[in-house]
Each structure stands twice: as structure tokens, then as C-alpha cells.
Design a protein around this ligand. Sequence first.
Ligand SMILES: Cc1cc2nc3c(=O)[nH]c(=O)nc-3n(C[C@H](O)[C@H](O)[C@H](O)COP(=O)(O)O)c2cc1C
Length: 374
Amino acid sequence: MNTYGDMFRVTVFGESHGRAVGAVVDGCPSNLPLNEEDIQKELNRRKPGQSIFSTPRKEEDKVEILSGIFRGKTTGAPILGLVYNKNMRPKDYEKIKDTPRPGHADLTYKLKYKNYDYRGGGRASGRVTIGHVIGGAIAKKLLSYTYNIKILGYTVKIGKIEGDFSYYKNPEVFENKESLKSLEESIEKSPLRCPSTNSVEMEEYILKAMEEKDSVGGVVEIVALNVPIGVGNPIFNKLNAELARGLMSINAVKGVEVGLGFKSAELYGSEMNDEMYFDEDKNIKFRTNHCGGVLGGISCGTPIVLRIAIKPTPSIGKKQRTINLKTYENVEIEIGGRHDPVIVPRIIPVAEAMVAITLADLMIKSGFIHPCSL
Ligand SMILES: Cc1cc2nc3c(=O)[nH]c(=O)nc-3n(C[C@H](O)[C@H](O)[C@H](O)COP(=O)(O)O)c2cc1C
């Protein structure tokens, strides 16, 4: 239940207030150049304290690789990536020991497992996604080394404020090296990882919610470029089905769309269908990318475009009604502690990681990448 993938397998471990969190990655082929910096740069994008829109919990999130690498390259043996928890404040959570917080996993974990580590949400904490990012960083390196695959995510909506995006109509943004580079730069420059011109409006929306001791959600788009035609194994290992499973496994994700997603239900077939043509070199091209890069569960060579809906952070300072499981009373709680007022910008490296792991696993399973050695 803590392992994702069949051949490229990522097992995540640890709790928010335990000693450490991390991942064991098994099934990464040998001979892949890999070092701690490859993983650290991804963890730095996830770590807390990057802006006022993330939790003030101060964690360095420094990764140590304990196995699986020799002379700068993978050996094919399990790779263990470890991050020690340093800035724990378990006392913050004493109050909620018997009073499950609305929107959290407290109630279900407590009823199911009885012995629940409630400190910071324990196993259900967003902190556990450090393991996802470690696995994802290795998968990203494997995909870029073998197929020059690039995965990037960015915020497209915060609360009700929508960014101005028209990528489906303009796939050239991703094809042109310069425009891709400038897109990446503007994503990482923005505290919300939102390259849209109205991102300040989104920031104001969050600040207003913060003043009212509330939180907000949003939508993130993830794009995978240069995925070759043929990835995905129908019927039950379809590329879109596997990607949706990976993304839905992330805490706080409440919906996944592929391509135009739910909007496709409103269109006529003539509007939805992506028409094909041959370019001058007789390469197969599509005039649009409404399908989001997947036809019949198999990649069709266009960018894979996915969207995830992220719910507002469940921990809020506002008074909420809940129950006390010890006294059987209905009670009210106000949640203290340190929390993200919005999870959206920090979930982006996690979502990219799940897309990378899913692709790596499918590409090894389908013979695109040799399972043993590069
Ligand atoms: C990267 C990341 C960071 C998160 N940070 C917080 C946080 O600071 N406070 C909080 O209440 N929930 C946070 N969450 C969400 C909870 O982990 C999650 O909502 C909760 O465990 C309930 O699970 P569910 O929303 O999937 O049902 C975070 C999730 C992720 C993926």
C-alpha cells in the first residue's frame, strides 16, 4: 500500500513528526548518472518556507542517498533517499489527539488503525510527499536521459481566479526552445508558480483568505513533453488511467482531467477532434491537442496535458465543529500549528513526480527503456 509502480517501484516511508521521511526506489536501470543534487533541486522546490504562501515550518529537507549508486551512476540496486525531520513541534497537536480535524485524515486513520500518530497528521501529512519527490527526481532523470522527456507543472487557477492560458490552441509554446525556457523561468519566479499575467490577483485572493483565517484551493496543469508514440497498455494499464491513479494518490487532490477533460463534454465532435496532417518531412502532426496527448490509452506524440484540482488546505484557524472521540461530545476547535494557506504551489513538484514515476514505470514495462541497464 506504500509502493507505487510495478517495475520502477517507489516505496515511501516516514511520518510528519517521526525521525525521517523518504523513499526506496527499486527497479531503476543501472548506468544512469545520478547524484544527490539531482534529487535536492526537486526537494528544494517542494520544501516549506519558499514564500508567505507556504507553511512557516522550517525544514532544510536535505537528502542523503544511502544506497544504489556507485561512481556517480545507478547500479540497478535499490536507491534509498532519506530526509531527517528536524523542526518538529508535537505539542501543537496534543489538543487534537481525540478531536479529529475536519477535512483531515484524522478520523479515518484513527478508526481504521487505532494506533494513529496524530502529530502533524502522521502518515497522512503532506510531508510524506518528500518520498514521492525523491522517486520522481530519479524518474525524471531517467526519462530525460533516455528520451529527453520534460515534465513541467504550473498553477492555472487559485480559488475562483482563473489564469489566462490557451496552450491547447498553441502547442508551439512547448516546441520552441526559447519560449519553453521563458515559460519555465516565469513559473519558478512566481510565488504561486503561476506564469499568468493575473497571478497578483490570485495572491491577493489568498491574502484575503489568510486574513479571515481561511485557506484556498486551485488547479494545476502538468505537461509532459517528448513522450514517444505508443506509451500505455490498454485495456487496464491505459496511459490516462495510470496517470490519473498516480495523481489521485497525492493528498488533497480531488480531481484529474486529461486534455480538455470535463470541458470536452460541452463540445461538438467537430470541435473536440484533433485533426491530423503530415508536415513537410512527412511527420504526423495534430492541428490541436484537445485529447491531451492520449488516444485509446496510448500516447500519440503530442504533449501530455493533465490538470488536477487541489482542495483548500484543511487546517484553518477559523472555528470549526467536530467531535471528541473520548468524551462523545460535540465540540469546537480552532487549529493552531503551522500550515500552508494554499497547497497548490507546493504540490506542483509532487504532481510532476507522480507523472514521471508513472511514465518511467510504463516505459520500462512496454520496452521503451531497458529494465536492467542503460
Ligand atoms: C505538499 C502538500 C502539503 C500539504 N500541507 C498541508 C498543510 O500545511 N496543512 C494541512 O492541513 N494539510 C496539508 N496538506 C493536505 C493534507 O495532507 C490532506 O488534505 C489530508 O491528509 C487529507 O487527505 P485528503 O485531502 O487527500 O482527503 C498538504 C498536502 C500536500 C500534498
